[in-house]
Design a protein. Structure first.
Length: 248
């Protein structure tokens, strides 16, 4: 549950939404992706007001990747079909007609995220990391105006996580790319070129704004309920809890 959240993402901004389990991160993203209506307040996405617009059309302007979405995809769809269906924010290809150019673009986007060789593989046979990259390719299929990524590195091993973070960093650094909103539990998963941060705790905003103003030791420690240390190195954030010194 979230409450009293006031938040705006502008052109040229890339946001990370950070917080503990149950802080409201995924709920916030479900509202932003138009799959959940709030019980109060106003939600405006890409100039349209939720409740006064056709969400089926508006969703085609938003690229969404989440475990909830992956769970709805039929396991025997090929990776290429998963991506091409993203043009209409659909779960199945038989709902719409696709051109040869659409299918070519789907394969281009798979290549863009480094998994072109998986185009004809069934989605259900892919590893967690491969599925995440296929989902990332899917988000780019419709040339979206906004990207919403809910814990894209969840379940990945170290190599898979670093590969994904580097690809997201490249995407965030591309001036032609749309604004990105990335939900995560971990500062280590924040790619370079992210400009802003929203820190949540217990459904409320702890701090919001430019990333260097939001992510600091004291605020993170208070939000997660743990004494934390924070360091920034090569554009990445490292966070850990110091081991207590025996006898202290």
């Amino acid at each position: 549950m979230i409450e009293a959240v006031s938040w705006q993402v502008d052109a040229g901004e890339n946001w990370v939404v950070l917080g503990h389990n149950g802080s409201g991160k995924t709920t916030l993203l479900r509202v932003a992706s138009l799959y959940l209506h709030p019980t109060e307040g106003v939600v405006r996405v890409l100039g349209e007001t939720l409740g006064h617009t056709d969400v089926r059309t508006l969703r085609t302007r938003i690229g969404v990747a989440s475990q909830a979405l992956a769970d709805q995809l039929r396991a025997d769809l090929t990776a290429a079909d998963v991506v091409v269906a993203g043009k209409h924010a659909a779960l199945e290809t038989w709902w719409h007609t696709y051109t040869d150019l659409d299918h070519a673009k789907a394969r281009h986007e798979l290549d863009r995220v480094g998994v072109a060789h998986l185009a004809d593989r069934r989605f259900g046979t892919l590893s967690a990391g491969e599925r995440q990259r296929v989902q990332l390719a899917r988000t780019l299929m419709a040339d979206p105006e906004l990207l919403l990524l809910d814990e894209p590195a969840a379940g990945l091993d170290l190599g898979g996580r670093e590969d994904l973070v580097n690809r997201l960093s490249d995407l965030a650094g591309d001036p032609s790319a749309p604004p990105i909103v990335l939900v995560t539990h971990h500062t280590e998963e924040i790619p370079d070129h992210f400009t802003h941060a929203l820190l949540l705790a217990h459904g409320r905003v702890v701090r919001s704004g430019p990333i260097d103003d939001v992510i600091d030791e004291s605020t993170l420690s208070e939000s997660f309920g743990v004494d934390l240390r924070l360091e920034r190195r090569d554009g990445r954030w490292l966070c850990w809890a110091p081991h207590p010194v025996p006898g202290n």
